[in-house]
Design a protein around this ligand. Structure first.
Ligand code: C2E
Ligand code: MG
Ligand code: MG
Length: 714
């Protein structure tokens, strides 16, 4: 038999089966196990849907918890079995294809809500039962006149047989009677329980209104009250109860006695506390987890006027390397140590530290003064990381990058604040790490667009959203157009035309630069070929050449030489009509391996230009080593020649570079020529070719054709 892959419905059913098996033994239901499973199936579906819903809502957990009480899952173990089962299997069976970390966080919030819903429903049920007993007692007292004896007997039976604790006292609080269940709860003899006055049964955790309710009751102004209340047992331990106190009146309606009914909730409360703790704390470090942090952040952000919040979002630098090289156990130890240190940084009231997952931590500070406090907090955190951590005899340096967000409560939601912190943290990271940066709205917006562009980039090439503009290269001596530089643009469907500075760095980071660069090369070479054909018999100055920019990543790509050769051959273009521009910074310190492909291309006759020369502080003597035939002087030199005559020092620098270049047999092209004065200066200084707005802005290929024609004829 071949096993069919399970569909979601099968998996849901399996989850319901496991769940029913786990909980069934702890129910007092009259259903069979299979019937019970049918009863759980819709609950399982409810949880599964909540787990995967687009907008998460933990209320489903509450409803499921209440439904468990309805289904008689009320034995002491039933809740913990049910939660255990949800914890272990819900994400496994119902959460495929989702981000596991988010699903786990949702699952634990659902469990928490289940526990709350369960406790609430159980409490309501108990109250209803208590009500019934109180009614019976009242009836018994009220019927004294008619059938005292029978009534009394019935009351006795209820009193002694009840599973909940019952005490009767007079209006002064003197305890008259207690039943066996109550004695068992208190763990004392009738004597030790009865000798205390009900008024003395106070506990520091009593709700503030309990005293008032008690007084109103004994004065006959209220018939009963409910509260959750703690008592000290005779041995000093604490008993938690759901307490209902009712007033008993005599036949004439005068208040006579108080009847207290109590249910022991100590165990359930402890279980709840433990569950709540587990659902809100990180198992490894013991720090509050994402769930608890979000609760606190939400609270801080919805605080009233004048309140502010400050947040430090920390990500360790290079943690992955430690994990990979020393193993996960060492990584875990490091995280625990970091967690301890962070904890000691945020001890003031209103401060908290949490672990969001992996090596991401967050510290929150609240109050009216966070503008100042959050910087102090970030300083304390950076300081706390300075001392190396000793693990397995090694001293590990721990560094971190922090993104700080600070602001008034009531303006932003938690998700937005956290996203801003995350973006800012990355800014700190890309500035070298081991530092903090403060969020600002403009940087956030830029990062968000950048993110959008990064995701849209891969499709853009398939959708033909890129196009190329050409900027003429002009011979300074005679003013003829000799060629053009190809400059790529992106016609973005929403943002319009984007310049290369907006997307080339992204393309480099994502590797898309290789196919994009190849496309630019292909288009430009084909364009150069077309220019040649149209100019064949009109030009005296030789064929129009094309300059194409290469990114550093393309230099190290193994296909560079072959691709270029293929492209040239397919277009039928001579290699010496192509010039590849490589930035100075890409070649500084490049070893022979990196230079090899460029050298091969140069040997074939392709020109290599050193772009943006003068910005990278390269060693001039090094130029000899490089397979370069053109220097493109950076725009900054040209800018220094705005006025006529220009600054003499600038002039001398350019003059020096030009003569050095010429002595090395390099041609000099100047970029960014915007005025005739600049062009004239640069010509006098001996520069060979110029490019800039003075001649033409980058434009469509036909424009170049016209410009070249004008030059050739005029
Ligand atoms: P680049 O190679 O130095 O290109 C010259 C830049 O200077 C171009 O900016 C051009 O529009 C601009 N420019 C030209 N004349 C003037 C002028 O007179 N004044 C001023 N202020 N600017 C002028 P663009 O097109 O934004 O390109 C920026 C950079 O993007 C290029 O700098 C180049 O490094 C890169 N790039 C462009 N296309 C490609 C490509 O296809 N592949 C790769 N890898 N990089 C490219
Ligand atoms: Mg260039
Ligand atoms: Mg340049």
């Amino acid at each position: 038999m071949t096993a069919e892959p399970d569909g979601p419905e099968d998996r849901l059913r399996r989850f319901a089966t496991i769940w029913s098996r786990a909980v069934f033994p702890a129910t007092s239901t009259s259903l069979t196990r299979v019937e019970f499973e049918e009863r759980l199936l819709p609950l399982a579906r409810r949880l599964s849907e909540a787990l995967r819903a687009r907008d998460f809502d933990a209320d489903a957990g509450q409803e499921v918890g209440a439904a468990l009480v309805d289904a008689h899952c009320t034995d002491p173990d039933a809740l913990s079995h049910a939660l255990h089962c949800v914890d272990a299997y819900l994400v496994l069976y119902c959460g495929e294809n989702g981000p596991q970390e988010d699903l786990r966080a949702r699952s634990s919030r659902l469990q928490h809500a289940m526990a709350a819903g369960y406790a609430q429903a159980l409490r309501e049920r108990t109250l209803a039962e208590q009500e019934a007993i109180a009614q019976a007692a009242l009836n018994a007292q009220g019927a004294v006149a008619q059938a005292l004896h029978e009534s009394e007997a019935r009351f006795r039976a209820v009193f002694e047989g009840a599973a909940i604790g019952i005490a009767i006292s007079d209006l002064e609080g003197t305890i008259l009677q207690v039943n066996g269940a109550l004695l068992r709860m208190f763990g004392g003899s009738e004597h030790t329980v009865r000798e205390r006055n009900a008024r003395d049964w106070t506990h520091p955790d009593d709700a503030p209104q309990v005293c008032r309710l008690y007084e109103e009751l004994v004065r006959g102004e209220r018939e009963h009250y409910h509260t959750e209340k703690a008592f000290y047992r005779p041995d000093g331990t604490v008993l938690w109860t759901n307490l209902t106190v009712s007033l008993l009146r005599d036949a004439d309606g005068h208040p006579r006695f108080q009847l207290a009914l109590m249910e022991d909730t100590t165990e359930r409360r402890l279980l709840n506390l433990r569950l709540r703790y587990e659902a809100t704390h990180d198992a490894l470090t013991g720090l509050p987890n994402r769930t608890l942090f979000f609760e606190r952040l939400e609270k801080a952000l919805s605080a009233g006027d004048g309140q502010r919040f400050g947040l430090c979002y920390l990500d360790l630098d290079g943690f992955k390397t430690i994990n990979d090289s020393l193993g996960h156990a060492a990584g875990d130890r490091l995280l625990v140590e970091v967690a301890d240190r962070l904890q000691s940084c945020a001890t003031a009231p209103g401060e908290m530290v949490a672990r969001l997952g992996g090596d991401e931590f967050v510290a929150l500070t609240t109050g009216p003064e966070t503008q100042r406090e959050v910087d102090d907090l970030a300083d304390r955190i950076m300081n706390a990381l300075v001392t190396p951590v000793r693990i397995e005899g090694r001293e590990l340096l721990v560094r971190g990058s922090i993104g700080i967000v600070e602001g008034p409560a009531g303006e932003r939601g938690p998700a937005e604040v956290l996203r801003s912190a995350d973006i800012t943290m990355y800014r700190a990271k890309s500035a070298g790490g081991n530092r903090y940066e403060v969020a600002d709205a403009e940087a956030d917006a830029r990062a968000i667009t950048r993110h959008g562009l990064t995701t849209a980039l891969p499709m853009a090439l398939d959708r033909s959203e890129f196009f190329i503009e050409y900027q003429p290269l002009v011979h300074l001596e005679d003013g003829t157009v000799r060629g053009a530089e190809a400059l790529v643009r992106w016609l973005h469907p929403q943002h319009g035309v984007l310049g290369p500075d907006r997307f080339i760095p992204l393309a480099e980071r994502t590797g898309l630069i290789v196919p994009l660069g190849r496309w630019v090369l292909e288009q430009s070479v084909r364009q150069a070929r077309e220019w040649q054909e149209r100019h064949r018999d009109k030009l005296g100055a030789g064929p129009l050449r094309v300059n194409v920019n290469l990114s550093p990543c393309q230099l190290t790509h193994p296909g560079l030489v072959q691709d270029t050769v293929d492209i040239l051959e397919r277009a039928g273009l001579e290699p010496d009509t192509l010039c590849l521009e490589v930035t100075e910074s890409a070649l500084i310190g490049a070893d022979d391996e990196v230079l090899k492909p460029l050298r091969r291309l140069a040997e074939m006759g392709v020109d290599i230009a050193l772009d943006d020369f003068g910005t990278g502080y390269s060693n001039l003597a090094n130029l000899r080593r490089l397979p370069v035939s053109v220097l493109k002087l950076d725009r900054s030199f040209t800018q220094g020649m705005q006025q006529f005559p220009a600054d003499p020092v600038d002039l001398r620098i350019v003059e020096g570079i030009v003569s050095l270049a010429h002595s090395l047999d390099l041609t000099v092209t100047v970029e960014g020529v915007e005025t005739g004065a600049q062009a004239e200066q640069l010509r006098i200084l001996g520069c060979d070719t110029a490019q800039g707005w003075y001649y033409a802005r980058p434009g469509p290929p036909e424009r170049l054709h016209d410009l070249a024609l004008v030059d050739a004829t005029g």
